[in-house]
Design a protein around this ligand. Structure first.
Ligand code: NAD
Ligand code: MG
Length: 388
């Protein structure tokens, strides 16, 4: 029996890497659903190539065109936010959640109800809605696997251990394209410069987050949600080569780390194949790279995003939801050249020191609607704060 697969965000970087993996083994997989936001051309191509059973385009204006293009194919076409339970009657084997931003939450939750395994790359959903996701995973008996390279690595290293056995966890950060750029040059960084990551080819939003290290802010919070380990044990360390993805010091004196090439196909594929992927084509351990592994502390002056972590842990639990929403707004303003590169983190630092923000951070989140409510609140708020 072929394994039935869903790819949420199939036209993106993670989504496309997932399809590359599946393409090499199509006798064992069938595509139950692909989704995209606006990239209708790529979605149509993917639907045809992979004979997808269903596709969803978020943006309604492409719906008719896609339907017409696929009129001679078996693919059913939908648009907007719909109930997956209604269109997919039998549980699928594997879903990857690879939409970017909190926009990924809706289908992450929908997928939880109809998939046996949910591999989550969409870190924003974990950061903002972990309790809801976790409770649904228990209710629907869905296995959750982290895809983010650092978390995939921490997951592998800690799965047979508990908080008690672990002393510290280092999450590595490449430092992005501006690791060696002098602070005064950061003022004039353009979106094109900021989206050029030295080691990874990723979507625009995560590339900007990597350039100012906001990505590490989210990843540290993501780790505290995914793993039952004291948040104080996590640290961020710069490792420009991105060969080591996390380092863990255990109580028993052992230090373990996981190394692999900067290729997201490795974590993705291992979540598909139950950690038994075949990458035997990687002939040798990269000794040259091993000889050049370097690590250093984060320069907080240059990357003040890391300061947000301490501030965030000292206030209410709603803070990450609002910081995420505000960051999404700021990244989008920066990509449209409406604010400067440094304005992103500077505005977020202003936001977390805002009295009203602090007060709201202590409100309780009871359901998904509350998440959207405070997400919206922060989006409006940040427009008043950010320097335009
Ligand atoms: P991307 O921008 O390349 O792709 C995003 C996908 O989401 C696209 O298919 C797009 O059509 C879809 N999408 C965007 N907005 C949407 C909306 N409003 N509604 C529905 N669909 C929408 O992003 P990416 O780099 O593939 O990253 C995806 C997620 O994985 C992010 O959360 C990112 O943080 C995480 N992640 C990515 C990498 C990486 O190497 N790219 C690594 C670790 C984690
Ligand atoms: Mg990562």
């Amino acid at each position: 029996m072929k394994k039935r697969i869903i790819i949420l965000g199939s036209t993106g970087s993670i989504g496309s890497s997932t399809l590359n993996i599946l393409e090499r083994d199509l006798s064992n997989f069938s595509i139950t659903l692909l989704t995209a936001n606006k990239n209708y051309k790529k979605l149509i191509k993917q639907a045809k190539k992979f004979n997808a059973e269903n596709i969803i385009i978020k943006d309604k204006k492409y719906f008719k065109y896609i339907k017409n293009e696929l009129r001679n194919y078996k693919t059913k076409v939908y648009c907007g936010n719909i109930s997956l339970k209604k269109i997919i009657k039998k549980k699928v084997d594997y879903t990857i959640s690879a939409i970017v931003g909190i926009a990924g939450l809706y289908y992450t939750i929908e997928a939880l109800k109809i998939t046996k395994i949910l591999a989550i790359a969409n870190k924003e959903s974990i950061v903002c809605a972990w309790n809801i996701i976790y409770n649904l995973s228990l209710k629907y008996k869905t296995k959750i696997l982290p895809v983010d390279s650092e978390h995939f690595s921490i997951f592998n290293l800690t799965k047979d251990f508990s908080d008690n056995d672990i002393e510290e966890i280092l999450i590595t950060a490449s430092g992005g394209p501006f690791l060696d750029t002098p602070l005064n040059k950061l003022k004039s960084i353009t979106p094109t410069q900021a989206t050029k990551h030295p080691n990874w080819k990723m979507g625009k939003k995560i590339s900007i987050d990597s350039a100012n290290l906001m990505n590490k802010f989210f990843e540290l919070i993501e780790a505290t949600k995914l793993f039952n380990i004291n948040p104080k044990k996590y640290k961020i360390i710069i490792h420009p080569q991105s060969y080591v993805h996390s380092i863990i010091r255990f109580k028993n004196g052992l230090i373990k780390m996981i190394l692999y090439n900067t290729d997201m196909e490795i974590p993705i594929s291992n979540t598909i194949y139950g950690f038994k992927s075949d990458f035997s084509n990687i002939k040798n351990i990269n000794v040259e790279k091993l000889n050049q592994l370097t690590f250093k502390k984060v320069n907080i002056k240059k990357f003040p995003s890391i300061k947000l972590l301490n501030k965030c842990f000292k206030i209410g639990k709603l803070a990450p939801i609002m910081i995420n929403a505000a960051n999404e707004e700021l990244v989008s303003l920066f990509l449209k050249n409406k604010i400067k590169f440094l304005d992103i983190v500077n505005s977020l630092l202003k936001l977390v020191d805002d009295k009203e923000f602090k007060k709201v951070s202590y409100k309780k989140v009871k359901n998904v609607d509350d998440i959207y409510l405070y997400d919206n609140w922060a989006r409006l708020k940040i427009h008043n704060i950010s320097v335009k």
